[in-house]
Ligand binder design. Structure first.
Ligand SMILES: Nc1ncnc2c1ncn2[C@@H]1O[C@H](COP(=O)(O)OP(=O)(O)O)[C@@H](O)[C@H]1O
Ligand SMILES: [Mg+2]
Length: 259
């Protein structure tokens, strides 16, 4: 078992404090969900854990099995087993999807132990079939011209090929129709197991109809303010967030448009 531990994490963007002490522990074999209104710092949490240069960690810690993640370069974080599916995946012209995946897989293996081309292709084919992806998606440039849904499916393809220890999936359900939502959920459920822990960030409960999280956390104003089981997500769906604000005596803040 491995453990990703986030302790009292404070993060600033351009001098403004966005995360005000986030504490969260995720073990492999667990799926956690973070829900919360727009602009509360969910994506900031994901980016800070992955080491995005714009996000300055001012205090707190992030560790995997006690190893300091914040000391690591971005590529070292990936090698340590972290994976981020971004809310808005970037397009990379000139690098095909297949090449990107193969080099990512090989970077995680020892020198001399690179994955053979045929083995890679077989694995890629089977995962793409599982995710009901068009064959030409492998040879197209990474995310270039991909529809919103194709990008999200492709993030799950990366997840299934790279097999990280811990995945953070930021709004992986946004912009998906119901069929794509099922495919994406199947992919995540397929990953569930001994060597895999997952943090699903979403502001809709509907994804959690297909993936039953072990724990649900509510994030507001830069903090995790409440944690519970799957029933918490259902309650948020039916009652919104106001009851939590009342319960905790949180004052209303400006609600940001899609952040
Ligand atoms: N790159 C950035 N530059 C400036 N402000 C940012 C940046 N990213 C996020 N923010 C601000 O940080 C706050 C939290 O944003 P975000 O983490 O994206 O929220 P969420 O994902 O919960 O909707 C928002 O007020 C947002 O405007
Ligand atoms: Mg976000």
């Amino acid at each position: 078992m491995a453990t990703l531990e986030i302790k009292d994490l404070h993060v600033e963007i351009e001098g403004k404090e966005i995360l005000k002490g986030v504490t969260l522990t995720i073990n492999t074999n667990e799926i956690h969900a973070i829900m919360g209104p727009n602009g509360t710092g969910k994506s900031t949490l994901a980016s800070a854990i992955m080491g995005h240069p714009k996000y300055e960690v001012t205090s707190g810690s992030v560790t995997i099995d006690g190893e300091d993640v914040l000391e690591m370069e971005v590529d070292e974080r990936a090698l340590a087993g972290l994976f981020l599916a971004m809310q808005y995946p970037s397009e990379i012209t000139g690098v095909t999807n297949a090449d990107f995946l193969r080099s990512g897989m090989n970077a995680r293996r020892d020198e001399g132990d690179e994955i053979g081309l045929m083995k890679f292709i077989r694995e890629l084919d089977s995962k793409m079939e599982f995710l009901e992806m068009e064959e030409d998606m492998a040879t197209r440039y990474l995310n270039e011209g991909f529809s919103g849904g194709e990008k999200k499916r492709n993030e799950i393809l990366q997840l299934m090929m790279l097999k990280p220890k811990f995945a953070i999936l930021d709004e992986i359900d946004s912009g998906l129709d119901i069929d794509a939502l099922k495919v994406v959920s199947n992919g995540i459920n397929e990953m569930r197991g001994e060597g895999f822990g997952c943090l699903i960030i979403t502001h809709y409960q509907r994804l959690l109809n297909y993936i039953t999280p072990d724990q649900v956390h509510v994030m507001m104003q830069g903090r995790v303010v409440k944690s519970g089981g799957p029933e918490l997500a259902a309650k948020l769906e039916s009652q919104g967030y106001d009851w939590i604000k009342e319960e905790l005596g949180i004052e209303d803040e400006t609600v940001h448009s899609e952040a």
